[in-house]
Ligand binder design. Sequence first.
Ligand code: GLA
Ligand code: ZN
Length: 673
Amino acid sequence: MIESNKVKKILYGGDYNPEQWPEDTWEEDMRLLKLAHIDTVTLNVFSWAMLQPAEDIYCFDKLDKIMEMVTRHGMKVCLATSTGAHPAWMARKYPDILRVDEHGLRRKFGSRHNSCPNSPTYRKYAVALATKLAKRYQSYDNIVAWHVSNEYGGECYCENCERAFRKWLKDKYQTIEAVNEAWDTAFWGHTFYDFEDIVVPNMLSEHFGQNDRTNFQGISLDYKRFNSESILNAYRLEYDALHAVTPDIPITTNLMGTYQPLDYQMWAKYMDFISWDNYPAYNATPEEAAMRHDLMRGLKQGKPWALMEQTPSVTNWHPYNALKRPGVMRLWSYQAVAHGADTVMFFQMKRSIGACEKYHGAVIDHAGHENTRVFREVASLGAELEKIGSLTLGARSNAKAAIVFDWDNWWATDYSAGPTVRLKYCDEIFHYYKAFSNLNISVDLISVEDDLTPYSLVIAPVLYMVKPGHDERIRQFVKAGGRFVTTFFSGYVNDHDLVTVGGYPGKLRDILGIWVEEEDALPEDMHNSFTWQGTSYPAVLLCDLLHTEGAEALCTYEHDFYAGMPVLTRNHFGQGYAYYVATCSNTEFYHRFVGDLCTESGITPILHTREHIEVTERTNDNGTFLFLLNHGTQSHTVTLNRAGVDLLTDREYQTGDNLILAAKDVAIIRTAL
Ligand code: GLA
Ligand code: ZN
């Protein structure tokens, strides 16, 4: 992760905003944080107003004092650039930094993450601030990372963006004719004669609903790409400014997991390491958090990453901000580590007294002392992480199975008018992910560009859009002996969302050996069924009506006019097999199907356990670490398939020994290499 000789253990700490407090409280904060074994503070996340109180005035006095103090106390620093919210004077003087929303309304000063990414003013002053910070604090060797801005997101539809969009299109398509072709503008007489005719797609032009429906998928998709790239470019300007001054300090920005507006796979190319903020809802399942962790890990081909934020106890912004029950903060922290995190960080070190986050959990509560449940839990986890030291740092998962996750496909399926509003891309990915997770089998979430050769099984649910070259990589993978699976609503369109004519699933047709003739979208109260290996499963959401063209049908629909048509097919292609799942089914089906695929592919579970016990594995030069996490409410016995020592209790185990894991408890068994 943070590949630096400054990092010798799982960094422990998080967002700390002493500038919001009187200076005479700071030393007590330090005492408390050290008592909790906190070793890293993320500073300066929202301080632009303090650092640049007027256009020509910069003032670093307070940040100097904070840096000096935390350094004196031996803390490491994750130093933010503060560009996540611009100062009020800037908005008053340069309204071009204010975003314009989907209704064409220019925002006023307020909120955060509020700057237009294409505003020359924003870019100029963000870069200036990043440069000044890098120059001023470059000699601090306790800065372990730069944290650019904060949780980038949203979109802007202002004139700056409109102009930049036209330029982006010119660079991409060269001629207006090529744009017309890519967007199929002959439809509804939308032909553009000049790049100047093009306007941003929003509620004033092509969009409707909640700005999430569109008349022209091609235009809207390109705007998604453009918006994600615009914000990325603003980040990259700061990246370059920081890197020029401090080339040895790694640079990141905190991502948000399954965040739809930004193509994190493209972003990852410009980040030195991935960091992300994990805020599961109180009733989220362990597999949901696990999938996001693995998605973030996949952004850099399995490299360890940083848990930049999580709450020690409670959020303020969920509809119901239930407390993390005793032990859950520790369990979820280790879950992140189990999936590749090399840090455990919180938002936040200390609760503010005002504004919307005053009831958000913190290490130091409003009570102001260490005698709280949350403080005790944080301190005890801190002591454990100190004990683990550097052992797990850099360890990787080495999965043999992968699930393809693609932002363009997410955008395109969300924008698609038809076949059903019930199709949710992430849900379809999750059905398969959950099966792997429950089978205790490691799986990577990979992009359409990633190398397939490390895997023997690749599943691409709803691969609706097949980008240039992707089908050929899949073809080669299967030919060479891989097992590939895709599902309904796959292979329909190219990267402009234009249908590949000649029969679905388009470019995947020869690999799968099928032709999909029609697709039946079932409302919630309708379902079909199929029987596979003696068990009956429901067919819901979408049912493809398909013909085999070389593939064998493994089971068929049981009802309606398409009873007897294939549901599950398998095509022997080259040395490998390509499977097609024509419908959406239930957890039992995915569990069984993925289990069978893994057996066929020679992929075995890390360990067999009861329900509620999550199992993962990470390996580095220090050995293999088996993570056992009990998400249930009762203790369970786990029979170990290897000998090793529990990093947390120092207990030694032999192969076949039983380990009793209490509810919410964790074991990390190290097997030396
Ligand atoms: C996000 C932000 C933080 C804070 C937390 C609250 O992750 O990055 O600044 O607002 O949410 O949960
Ligand atoms: Zn804008």
